[in-house]
Write a protein that binds this ligand. Structure first.
Ligand SMILES: Nc1ncnc2c1ncn2[C@@H]1O[C@H](COP(=O)(O)OP(=O)(O)O)[C@@H](O)[C@H]1O
Ligand SMILES: CC(=O)N[C@@H](CCC(=O)OP(=O)(O)O)C(=O)O
Length: 292
């Protein structure tokens, strides 16, 4: 009885938020480093299914960096990153596609289905969902050397997202999108999952973009959480080397989404139980919020 009363009061407290986001789309970036531990994964899936049931449209864009690294390691293929992007030759691209569009994508589809939802997995190749163009990156400069522009193989940036494909799937299912794009040459491109999430949120005119990761949010140099950032503070924070490494594509994705009309972007700790619901169904939210 006590448990029932607690459940009912939680539901009553959630009602204003359900009303606020009813019919709206929320893009959730599920990072490879947040996909740990069975209870956490099942709770993530339950939260996404709950959103769908109450009339909010979740779209998942997933990563899988650690899972790619594990497979490359098993196959004895060396891997390295330049400016946060994996150098991706043809052989590495096959493994990236196999892991992201195959294993990780279908594991998440299965996880959602097992927890009462109905999900469909897509990669950029499905219905021409994600087109990509080659991304050239600047390598890290040193005191002695100016940065150079580098070709790191089959690494792309998002050229276009077909929102109609996502919306068609989203009518009846929860779309689960793997960050593999297709080039003009019909070659596969490896795209950082944060950048895909930002572009997907922009294309579907999402209400929110939530990026789940393995830190509390954007931290300052003393390790304190920065709970709120304005989009135009991002260049300064990057310049001051507060935002660096894996946080760069996340804040870039947030800015892309916000500039396209997405209301808020959030970087939150995917290691906390119910992090998605805590972000959506509370006024204070968790993690770092980025707004225009
Ligand atoms: N200012 C910052 N605050 C928090 N994390 C940061 C910051 N700058 C860089 N990072 C790094 O970004 C990482 C998150 O990005 P990443 O490893 O790509 O995660 P994901 O797999 O979730 O995309 C953190 O674990 C941390 O090492
Ligand atoms: C170009 C590039 O670096 N692509 C990423 C794609 C996966 C990803 O972004 O996964 P996380 O979100 O888990 O980091 C990679 O190969 O690791």
């Amino acid at each position: 009885m006590q448990e029932l009363i607690e459940k009912a009061s939680t539901l009553v407290e959630s009602l204003p938020y359900i009303r606020k986001f009813y019919g709206k789309t929320i893009v959730v970036k599920y990072g490879g480093s947040a996909m740990v531990e069975t209870e956490l994964k099942n709770n993530f899936a339950k939260d996404i299914v709950l959103l769908k049931y109450v009339g909010i449209n979740p779209i998942i864009v997933h990563g899988g960096g650690p899972q790619i690294a594990e497979m490359l390691g098993k196959m004895g293929i060396k891997t390295k990153f330049v400016s946060g992007m994996r150098v991706t030759d043809r052989e590495t691209m096959s493994v990236v596609e196999m892991v992201l569009a195959g294993k990780v994508n279908k594991d998440i589809v299965n996880l959602i289905n097992k927890n009462g939802g109905s999900a469909i997995g897509l990669s950029g190749k499905d219905g021409h969902l994600l087109t990509a163009e080659k991304l050239m990156v600047e390598n890290d400069s040193t005191i002695l050397q100016a940065p150079e522009i580098m070709d790191i193989g089959h690494v792309g940036r998002v050229k276009s997202v077909d929102a109609d494909v996502i919306q068609a799937v989203s009518k009846d299912f929860i779309p689960i999108i793997a960050p593999v794009g297709i080039g003009d040459d019909y070659e596969a491109y490896n795209i950082n999952a944060d950048l895909v999430a930002g572009s997907v949120a922009a294309a579907v005119k999402a209400e929110k973009l939530i990026m789940l990761t393995d830190v509390r949010g954007v931290l300052d140099n003393d390790g304190n959480l920065i709970s709120s950032i304005k989009a135009n503070d991002v260049p300064r924070l990057k310049n001051d080397k507060i935002i660096k490494g894996g946080m760069i594509p996340k804040t870039d994705a947030a800015v892309t989404a916000l500039e396209a009309g997405v209301n808020k972007a959030h970087i939150v700790d995917g290691r906390i139980l119910h992090s998605v619901l805590l972000e959506i169904f509370t006024d204070s939210g968790i993690g770092t919020q980025i707004t225009l």
